[in-house]
Design a protein around this ligand. Structure first.
Ligand code: C5P
Length: 405
């Protein structure tokens, strides 16, 4: 059984008799570690009940483009972005024609048109339909665009004909998917990352904090799992769900974050410091609520917190270290300076200020490393995270190869 751990597979089921094998296919994909979201065309539900697939995948099956409740939760564009791979099995002659022509008449074909994820198609149809010149042209068009066509197999068909057109067995489809997308570029690697703000207590009810939402760090954790990494996420106080497959350690203060990082860093191949850590904490935390009676001013003495990422980068046996820099001006110069003084392998810098960076859903980053740079344009944080992970993997691989040789 190949590993598809952490892979997000959008499984499209269309209206062929082989749709009944969709249940077995979904089960094998889940067993291989994939997260599976089934999208059925309306007529596919004549062949197999959506409830069966929902029970297997633990996700509600999506069927309609015009479903207000589902669109509000995860709209068709989000669905298209969510997928690491789109697999259509069985794929009828009709859906293959629609894909070739780029039509978007139902949820599945709309998602295919909107998705940049690789597309794998397992055709299933009557042998004469498969051999028809129209289907041949449509399949050729898909192949030219880099679509993977798995099968069809030859043999006896449900209609009594014998010839090519049977859907290849689910176990073979999963094997084909495993060969193409299994493992991931960080399979077997451990990544430790920090995310969110820290809270520095002043007294039992008050704290010093900052505006970090944690969205970027959580999106990164998700993208890292998508590349097959084992991820430990040390999170400050944020209101975000834990990405699937991630081990989460919740902390409040910078000191707790430091302790949690150092409890895990020895096993880490890569450390990413995405948290907005408070530079200072109160020298003395009042054990009772501070009263304002009779005082017009209040002075709080602050002391420096340890710099977590710089401390990790200073370890003799250290992971590949990535930091972030939020700057209001002269972004590149300040970020490069920060990269050097903290001893980081890579730094991702962004300009902060009005409506940029913190709390926003979109962001742009300038990524710097020794002898290189890449600007990642303004885009939603999940997509940005995927791009940043690609860069981290490239630099990490280059460094590991250089150390080995
Ligand atoms: O120095 P500055 O706070 O701007 O640096 C930002 C980078 O350093 C981020 O990667 C942040 O997570 C990390 N950092 C840290 N520990 C601190 C302060 C910042 O790990 N105490």
């Amino acid at each position: 059984m190949p590993s598809l751990r952490g892979r997000r597979v959008l499984l499209g089921i269309t209206a062929g008799i082989a749709a009944y094998k969709g249940a077995e296919l979904a089960r094998l994909l889940v067993k291989a570690g994939a997260e599976v979201q089934v999208v059925m065309t309306p007529s596919a539900t004549e062949f197999i009940g959506p409830l069966t697939l929902q029970a297997i995948t633990a996700r509600e099956v999506r069927q309609s483009l015009f479903d207000a409740a589902h669109e509000a939760a995860m709209g068709h564009i989000e669905l298209a972005r969510w997928a690491d791979v789109v697999l259509i099995a069985p794929a009828t002659a009709d859906v293959i024609a629609q894909l070739a022509w780029g039509t978007a008449r139902d949820l599945l074909t709309t998602v295919c048109l909107a998705s940049e994820a690789p597309l794998v198609v397992a055709p299933a149809m009557n042998q004469a339909m498969w051999r028809h010149a129209a289907t041949r042209d449509n399949v050729a068009a898909l192949l030219r665009r880099g679509v993977d066509i798995v099968g069809p197999a030859e043999g006896e068909q449900a209609c009594g004909d014998v010839g090519p057109g049977r859907m290849v067995e689910p176990v073979e489809i999963v094997a084909a998917l495993g060969a193409r997308f299994g493992g991931g570029r960080l399979a077997g690697r451990r990544v430790l990352l920090t995310a969110g703000p820290t809270r520095e207590a002043l007294d039992p009810v008050r704290f010093l904090g900052n505006r970090s939402s944690g969205k970027m760090g959580f999106a990164l954790a998700d993208a890292l799992v998508g590349q097959g990494a084992d991820v430990v996420l040390v999170a400050g106080p944020v209101a975000l769900p834990t990405p699937r497959g991630v081990e989460r350690v919740d902390v409040e203060s910078a000191q707790q974050m430091y302790d949690a990082v150092f409890a895990h860093v020895a096993q880490a191949d890569i450390f990413i410091a995405c948290a907005a850590v408070a530079d200072y904490r109160a020298a003395n935390v009042a054990d009772k609520k501070i009263k304002k009676d009779g005082t017009e001013t209040l002075t709080v003495e602050l002391v420096r917190n340890p710099d977590i990422v710089a401390s990790v980068a200073a370890l003799p046996q250290r992971p590949f270290c990535v930091g972030f820099a939020a700057e209001t001006d002269d972004v590149e110069a300040y970020a490069e300076h920060k990269r050097r003084i903290k001893g980081l392998d890579m730094i991702a810098a962004n300009q902060v200020g009005a409506a940029l960076g913190f709390e926003a859903d979109d962001n742009a980053l300038l990524v710097l490393w020794e002898g290189g740079r890449e600007a990642l344009e303004n885009q939603p944080k999940p997509r940005l995270a995927t791009r940043l992970v690609d860069l981290i993997v490239e630099r990490f691989d280059a460094q590991t190869t250089a150390q080995d040789s």
